[in-house]
Design a protein around this ligand. Sequence first.
Ligand code: FES
Length: 289
Amino acid sequence: MSSTNTQDPSDGTITAIIAAPPRRLHGATLLTLQMPDNLAQGIVGGRYFLVRCGAQTALEREEQWQFYLRQPLFVASCGRVKQEQGEDQTDAEARAYELWELILPDSQTPGYRWLAAQAEGASLNLLGPLGQGFTLLPQSRNLLVLATADRAAALLALIEPMLDRGGRVTLIVHTRGAATDNPLLPLLSIPVEVHLASTDAQWQQQITETLLWADQLCAAVPATMFQPLAEAIRQKRFRLEQEFAQVLVEADLACGIGACLACVIPVANGGYTRACVHGPVFDLTQLVR
Ligand code: FES
């Protein structure tokens, strides 16, 4: 395993190494990247990196601007690895690193197509992790996770922390009519209860049946599903309480630091907010009336 992943103090970017062959999911591919140690702080689900496309070395990054916008890659998982101590290494020299799995969407965007063509061992330049991700409330033990099949991997990083605290997880995936097996099967822990819904009616029914059981709900679904979800919660639980439901919002994440306003989204009070820094995960009460 290469140990050339670094953090560049001159511009704050990260050099990561593609550490394994890509893994195909439904509607996306997982990229496994070796990153410097101590990047992950807390739960990483819902957070993202911005990756430079079309350039790998520092010189290429200065000169090649055919894909001038960085592209967002959402986090699927993160784990720390301690390297074996070599014979001529002190313990302090035996380095640790992190392996992150990031979600590369199926997309014809040229930058994403360039990323999809990169082989194991290639280096990538990233900024991140950025944004506000999902949080698990200290008292939560029953976690309901909702996703369309193409977005489901963005919720994976929530599952292990809930199981680790002795909690339970139910995952409902809307396959939108596609005949698909559980798109996350190879990646899920056995204790996760999974339901597949291929129609809106099945989706509504399965959510309704699970809402009273849940202490907390986290969702990665299209924005058109936010209002129906809020109404289902109000019907079953009588009101939509703050901190009960969090949703991952789709937005144009361009700068990641709140400067360009490409990512503004409307909020429930009639105003707007920048999803890149105040999200992309929001409490559902912030987005629906
Ligand atoms: S992406 Fe630039 S302000 Fe949010």
